[in-house]
Design a protein around this ligand. Structure first.
Ligand code: BGC
Length: 404
């Protein structure tokens, strides 16, 4: 097969940037749009946050629990990288809310707590932030489908469930998206004009701080402080970019939610293997073929068919170019909102973003190079974007939310 079909030239990437821009602006104006732009009604406390919280992190397949103690010297996480549990079982048919709470509760009950503590819950699915710090689940992504939880608060039922079975009780629960958690973690590094959170792992998404006067869909009843920036969870995984190809349609056709998350299905770790499989429809591949498998093909090519390796690398490169285009679109909107923006801190999480190719440029390099080219094309070449890798960014950002 001709792997060049995955190539996106500069003009095509510019089309994608402009389309992203347009849809992002639409999301700031109206509800229920392709790029949802969900405001988060949790603003990180000004000045230093201090205190202990229990942090839960429910991502694509993994679940983590940790106690996080934030003090003058930084964050102390216990155990060091959180207590990890594989929760891919939540994707199985018939898995219920009660099953989920049970799975989540066990390690939480194991945490050592010397008094009442709040919970920060990093919930990596589209959810509408509520004024009390909870959030309402809009829909599932990444192959999860626990239907009875949709349209209901994510935090309160879990808090009630946990408090029935433990002492000391938990005082409160705050829900934030993983992109917003990354962004919050980045805020601990001062000196930047603005901050962005990016995830490229099992799924993909972006978050940024925005001026409330630019978020036209805010209502007086939202009671936001008009002088503070609002964290926006873009839900950019649902962007349907131009210049996807027939193979993307096939992947979508066979996926759990047809038509949704088209950008995510061309970019993120859960789907890159599916794109490779769909590129060779007559050949046999193993069932579990994720991005890790794809990158190991590129790094250890001798044991794979040469054709597979070439196509795998093109799929990887296209994913990075698409992420760069979405970032360029977001940055151009942020710059329109505030012309003085010159230095941006981008805190990135996700195994695909930090993956490497032993025989070519790493993913992060591919993204930053393409982003620099696109910003220059947009006349924004003087904007500096620093990519920040912060160990446990999600846990730290979520702890900041719990204590804010
Ligand atoms: C979800 C987002 C999340 C992203 C990265 C997507 O599938 O819709 O809420 O931020 O995955 O985890």
């Amino acid at each position: 097969m001709d792997e060049k079909i995955f190539n996106l030239d500069l003009q095509q990437l510019k089309d994608i940037v402009l389309d992203f821009r347009k849809k992002l602006e639409n999301g700031l104006e109206k509800d229920n749009t392709e790029i949802a732009c969900l405001p988060t009604f949790i603003q990180p406390k000004k000045g230093k946050v201090n205190g202990k919280s229990v942090v839960l992190d429910l991502g694509g397949t993994n679940y983590r629990v940790a106690t996080v103690d934030i003090n003058e010297n930084g964050a102390v996480i216990h155990p060091e990288n959180g207590w990890k549990k594989d929760l891919s079982v939540m994707k199985s048919p018939g898995f219920s809310e009660d099953d989920l709470f049970k799975e989540m509760a066990d390690p939480i009950y194991e945490t050592k707590r010397d008094g009442e503590m709040p919970i920060g819950y990093c919930f990596s699915y589209p959810a509408e932030s509520l004024k009390d710090g909870d959030a309402k689940l809009l829909r599932w992504t990444k192959g999860v489908n626990i239907n009875e939880m949709v349209d209901k608060p994510v935090g309160k039922p879990l808090l009630d469930y946990l408090n029935k079975g433990t002492e000391p009780k938990f005082s409160n629960i705050k829900i934030i998206n993983d992109t917003v958690a990354s962004l919050f973690a980045g805020l601990t590094k001062p000196g930047y004009d603005t901050y962005i959170g990016l995830i490229v792992g099992t799924g993909t998404n972006l978050a940024a701080m925005m001026r409330p006067d630019k978020i036209k869909k805010l209502k007086p009843s939202d009671e936001v402080d008009m002088n503070a920036l609002i964290p926006i969870n873009l839900e950019s995984g649902n962007f349907f970019p131009p210049h996807l190809i027939n193979i993307d349609n096939i992947v979508d056709e066979h996926s759990d939610k047809k038509g949704a998350q088209r950008f995510e299905k061309a970019v993120s770790g859960m789907y890159l293997g599916e794109i490779l499989k769909a590129s060779f429809p007559l050949n046999k591949f193993e069932d579990k073929f994720d991005a890790q498998k794809l990158t190991s093909m590129m790094s250890y090519p001798d044991v794979y068919k040469e054709e597979y390796v070439r196509v795998a690398r093109q799929i990887y490169h296209r994913s990075a170019a698409l992420v760069a285009a979405s970032l360029a679109g977001l940055i151009s909107v942020l710059h329109d909102h505030d012309n003085s923006i010159r230095k941006i801190m981008l805190t990135a999480e996700g195994s695909l973003f930090w993956s490497s190719d032993k025989n070519g440029p790493d993913y992060k390099e591919l993204v930053t190079e393409k982003l620099a080219t696109l910003l220059k094309e947009l006349g924004l070449g003087d904007i500096q974007v620093d990519v920040n890798q912060m160990p446990n960014a999600n846990l730290i950002g979520t702890a900041i939310a719990a204590l804010s």
